[in-house]
Design a protein around this ligand. Structure first.
Ligand SMILES: [Zn+2]
Length: 325
C-alpha cells in the first residue's frame, strides 16, 4: 500500500526514566513532542495506564489538528513479540514489565492498528529513515548509556530474529573471564561499556587521590563523576579520564568487530551519552575495530554518531507501522 504524503507518524518511547512521545510528518519533521516521567517504581499496571492515557491524549491532539494518523507505534525496553506487541524479555529498568501486553491493551482501548517493538530497534529504524543512516539498507545501531543496546536494520527492515531477541549487541561476550553483567553472563560489552561500568573503572583508578584536572571539574567530590565530566576531563588532558575512555573505545571496537564480521553493514550508528564524546572517540573505536575485523567487512564502512538524539525512540516507534502497512 502506498502511504499518502499527508501521513503523520505517532510514536511513544517508553524509557526507564521518561516516556517521550510525539508526532512526525512524512519528511521527518517533528510536529509535536512531549515527555513525562515513567515512574516505573509504581509498578507495571499504573505504567500501562499512563501509556494508554498518553496515547489517547496524543491521538486527540492529532485529531484536533486534523492530522492524518493511520496507526500508533510504541517502543519499549526488553524483547518484544512484534506480532502481538507483548513484552517477552526481561526489563531490568522497569520491574514487572516482562509479559505486559502493550499491543493488546492499546488495541482494545483505541481500536486502531498498534505496532510495538524494542526501543533500540525503533531508534535504528528512525536513524535509517530520517537520521544519520538515511537511505542505508544495512545498518547497525549501538546505544551506549545506562545499558548497552542494539538494533539491526537488514535489507531496509528491522531484523527481529526467531523470537524477537536479535540485536542484543550489549551482551556480546568480549572476555569470558570478565566482570559479571546485569544479564547474569560474564564479560559482556555492557559490563565494560555501560555508563556505570565506565565510571566504576575510573573510580578504581583514582582510588583516594583525585588528579588535579578531575578535582577541579568535580569540585573535589568524586561522587560528581559522570560520563560528561569524564569527557570534559579527557579534553583537558586528564590521564585517568583518557586511559578509561581509551580502554572503553577498545572494548567497543572489539565487540563491534564481531558484529561487522557477522553482518557486514554499510554503517554503524552510535547513540547515547558516550557517543557525544566527540569524533576522536568514534575514531578510536573504528581503529580498534579495524584491527579485529576482516578488511573486506570494513571496506567502505563508516561509524557515525546518531543524529536524532532523544527523539529517535518516538520517531522510530511512529515509523513501525510503515513496514507492515
Ligand atoms: Zn550481559
Amino acid at each position: 500500500m502506498t502511504l499518502p504524503d499527508s501521513i503523520v507518524y505517532a510514536g511513544i518511547d517508553i524509557g526507564g526514566t521518561s516516556i517521550k512521545f510525539g508526532l512526525v510528518d512524512a519528511a521527518g519533521k517533528i510536529l509535536h513532542k512531549e515527555q513525562r516521567p515513567t515512574t516505573a517504581e509504581k509498578g507495571p499496571t499504573p505504567l500501562m495506564h499512563k501509556v494508554t492515557n498518553i496515547a489517547e491524549r496524543l491521538l486527540l491532539y492529532a485529531a484536533e489538528e486534523e492530522m492524518d494518523v493511520h496507526w500508533l507505534g510504541v517502543g519499549t525496553p526488553g524483547a518484544v513479540d512484534f506480532k502481538t506487541g507483548k513484552v517477552i524479555g526481561p526489563c531490568p529498568n522497569i520491574k514487572g514489565w516482562q509479559g505486559m501486553d502493550i499491543g493488546g491493551t492499546l488495541r482494545e482501548r483505541l481500536n486502531m492498528p498498534i505496532y510495538v517493538d524494542n526501543d533500540a530497534n525503533a531508534m535504528a529504524l528512525a536513524e535509517a529513515t530520517f537520521g544519520a543512516a538515511t537511505g542505508r539498507k544495512d545498518v547497525v545501531c549501538l546505544t551506549l548509556g545506562t545499558g548497552v543496546g542494539g538494533g539491526l536494520i537488514i535489507g531496509g527492515e528491522i531484523y527481529h530474529g526467531a523470537n524477537g531477541t536479535a540485536g542484543e549487541l550489549g551482551h556480546i561476550t568480549i572476555n569470558f573471564e570478565g566482570p559479571r553483567c546485569n544479564c547474569g553472563n560474564d564479560g559482556c560489552m555492557e559490563a565494560y561499556c555501560s555508563s556505570q561500568a565506565i565510571i566504576a573503572r575510573a573510580k578504581q583508578l583514582i582510588k583516594n587521590e583525585l588528579p588535579p584536572i578531575l578535582k577541579e571539574i568535580l569540585e573535589g567530590d568524586l561522587d560528581n563523576l559522570n560520563i560528561r565530566k569524564l569527557f570534559a576531563a579527557h579534553k583537558k588532558g586528564d590521564e585517568v579520564a583518557t586511559q578509561v575512555l581509551d580502554e572503553t573505545a577498545v572494548y567497543i571496537g572489539i565487540g563491534l568487530a564481531s558484529v561487522v564480521n557477522l553482518l557486514n553493514p554499510e554503517i554503524v550508528v552510535i547513540g547515547g551519552g558516550i557517543a557525544d564524546g566527540g569524533g576522536h572517540f568514534l575514531e578510536a573505536v573504528f581503529s580498534e575495530m579495524k584491527k579485529h575485523a576482516f578488511s573486506s567487512a570494513v571496506d567502505g564502512l563508516s561509524i557515525v554518531k546518531a543524529s536524532l538524539g532523544n527523539n529517535a525512540g518516538f520517531i522510530g516507534a511512529g515509523l513501525l507501522g510503515r513496514i507492515n502497512e
